[in-house]
Design a protein around this ligand. Structure first.
Ligand SMILES: [Zn+2]
Length: 634
């Protein structure tokens, strides 16, 4: 942090006294007023400095005495603290005479610039976030993070380009200079492109700071596919460090998914173009958080490079579909907290059950409804969510959690938005279809809400549940009050019974460490970081090896296991064959225990949703309304 010295203050005051301030003096001024020109921003990818990029910003002339310049503390859609200001260093501000001005860094993300009438331009270096993931420094969730390397640049622009406090409405012109021939994509409107020698500079336009944060770019050694699906131009860019994954391998999967999503969404306007940026990580000083972040016309997804094509295909559909459905909520239907988002000190809406829960439900449901997946696969996915949700606080009000999501104990239950949040909407969808005799659904409700509101008109956070109740049925209102705002756990069997399904325990094939792709047999002790086998049942292989519930896993096949390398060590087990050897060192009651044997063909007792043989016509009818005719078994 830099403090103002007496001498520095004197110099700055003296300069301020002779700088033009009034309108009629602007003719001599070196620059138009702040309101009169976009903030000119430049990032040069051809000039990486110690793994950092230099960012330069040239705003118009300020009329106020002091301005605050900030990088975001929180970015939209992440529900966690990112502190992008802690990745910037060497911050310098220059006056119109070219002198370096005094600046104070007043908190992790804010630089205070006095005598702002003199401020000509600022510059600073930005370090990337992917490199240090897994170290002790807290890092932004990877899909919102940044990467700088010779091979690839992940330009989540909110990690590079800041804003002047209170002036988030100003437009930006962003110049990105890159080596000639480097692949890239950005959903931002391109104003011009200039080639000089071996580099090319593209000037992009962002109407306000929101558009800076909402339009990521990727430059580098990418494979790309561009095609039309469901009336949308898809630009699909893939970075794979091994070169094992290319955009063309996944073109058909993405095409089929986007086509089906368009069908499912129906007439709701979405976007003309959609960019999918897929970054695959080596997991060595590289992205460690996997998933994606939504934007109005794009998504950035991070995933391990080590996975095979089948796993990546499945993940792409689950994850990218989720992000695309975010176009409906919160990007279109949202409250004031989302609409007037404060990047430094945000307030949070009560309605993550809708923003994340409904979105996650749509991303699962459209696959069965549009016939991409059979019904049993959908049932299995919902049961998996019930099982994972059982490990989280089932008596926590979803609205209270949502409003306080960056604080404990709510933050560590955030993951439930994808589990119980989706199940809440599954129940609501069944109620909607039951009450309307198949005429209405959660999707049709979202059509009504987006007509009433939409991306330029937020709803009132405290009023929306009553409003939804008034628009629908008392049963919807009761459910929202009891299980979403209230703390009463949901009895899922009540809703499954309406559609003629029952939950039964059956023996199912599993893998050694996972019941399915999302549900491990292993849990993490939040306090110690140790990984241990869960109490909720083991599989036949683990039982034969002599594993007991609660055993802490010290090493797997000779490699020490920690929370940092767990993904890298455990994920390959999906590809293990029955004849492979497996040995583990466990800790039980403080003593080390060695176990070893073959991987075998593990099975476990797992709950399964079964279609009732004696289901009534009414139950079958509601099931067909709910899951669609594409997979009906009539
Ligand atoms: Zn989401």
């Amino acid at each position: 942090m830099k403090r103002l010295s007496i001498l520095g203050l004197f110099v700055v005051v003296a300069l301020a006294a002779c700088s033009p301030k009034t309108g009629d003096m602007l003719g001599d001024a070196p620059e138009p007023a702040f309101d009169q020109k976009p903030i000119e921003t430049a990032i040069d990818l051809t000039n990486v400095n110690e793994d950092r990029l230099l960012v330069q910003l040239d705003p118009g002339m300020f009329s106020q005495d002091t301005v605050l310049f900030r990088l975001p503390r929180v970015v939209q859609g992440t529900y966690a603290i990112s502190d992008f200001g802690t990745f910037a260093e060497g911050f310098k501000a220059y006056s119109y005479t070219g002198a370096e001005m005094n600046v104070a860094k007043t908190d992790s993300n804010t630089w205070t610039i006095p005598n702002a009438q003199n401020l000509d331009r600022i510059e600073y270096y930005v370090n990337d976030t992917f490199d240090i993931e897994g170290t002790d420094k807290a890092t932004p969730f990877s899909p919102s993070g940044t990467n700088i390397s010779d091979d690839v640049f992940v330009l989540n622009l909110h990690g590079f380009v800041g804003y002047f406090e209170g002036r988030e409405d100003r437009s930006y012109q962003i110049d990105v200079t890159s080596p000639l021939g480097m692949n890239y994509s950005s959903a931002l409107a391109q104003l011009s492109a200039d080639t000089t020698g071996q580099s090319v500079s593209i000037t992009y336009q962002a109407d306000r700071y929101f558009d800076v944060t909402d339009n990521p770019m990727m430059y580098g050694n990418l494979t790309q596919e561009r095609f039309e699906a469901g009336g949308i131009e898809i630009v699909f860019s893939v970075y794979s460090p091994s070169g094992n994954h290319t955009a063309s391998q996944y073109r058909d999967v993405v095409y089929e998914m986007m086509q089906a999503q368009s069908e499912y969404i129906g007439e709701l306007a979405t976007t003309d173009r959609y960019d999918i940026f897929l970054y695959l990580s080596t997991q060595q000083q590289d992205a460690q958080g996997f998933g994606a972040l939504e934007h109005q016309t794009s998504t950035v997804m991070t995933y391990p490079d080590v996975v095979n094509q089948a796993m990546l295909s499945e993940a792409l559909v689950d994850v990218v579909a989720h992000e695309f459905f975010h176009i409906i909520t919160p990007l279109s239907v949202h409250s004031e907290d989302v609409h007037y988002f404060d990047y430094n000190d945000p307030t949070f809406s009560k309605h993550l059950w809708m923003y994340e829960g409904l979105t996650e439900y749509f991303a699962s449901h459209f696959q069965v409804y549009e016939g991409l997946q059979d019904r049993q696969a959908f049932y299995d996915k919902m049961v998996g969510k019930i099982q994972t949700a059982a490990g989280l606080d089932d008596e926590m009000s979803f609205t209270v959690m949502s409003e306080n999501v960056i604080d404990e104990p709510y933050a560590s239950n955030y993951y439930n938005v994808y589990m119980k949040g989706a199940l809440i909407n599954m129940c609501l969808d069944i109620i909607m279809r039951e009450q309307s005799e198949g005429q209405r659904s959660m999707m049709s409700l979202m059509h009504e809400l987006s007509e009433k509101y939409g991306k330029d008109k937020p709803f009132e956070d405290d009023a929306i549940m009553d409003e939804i109740t008034a628009m629908t049925y008392p049963e919807i209102g009761d459910f929202l009050q009891t299980h979403v705002a209230g703390t009463t756990p949901i009895d899922y069997q009540v809703y499954f019974n309406k559609v003629g399904l029952s939950m039964e325990e059956v023996e199912t094939p599993v893998t050694v460490f996972f019941r399915d792709q999302q549900t491990p047999f292993i849990n993490v002790n939040q306090e110690t970081g140790e990984l241990y086998f869960m109490d909720s049942g083991l599989n036949t292989t683990l039982i034969e090896l002599g594993v007991e519930p609660g055993d802490i896993i010290k090493s797997v096949n000779g490699t020490e296991l920690s929370i940092r390398n767990a993904q890298a060590i455990l994920a390959p087990s999906f590809q293990w064959t029955p004849d492979m050897d497996l040995s583990m060192t466990l800790i039980r009651d403080g003593e080390e225990v060695e176990v070893s044997g073959k991987v075998g063909e593990p099975k476990a007792m797992s709950p399964k949703l079964i279609e009732m043989e004696d289901a009534t016509e009414e139950q079958i009818q509601l099931r067909n309304w709910w899951l669609g005719e594409n997979t009906s078994e009539q």
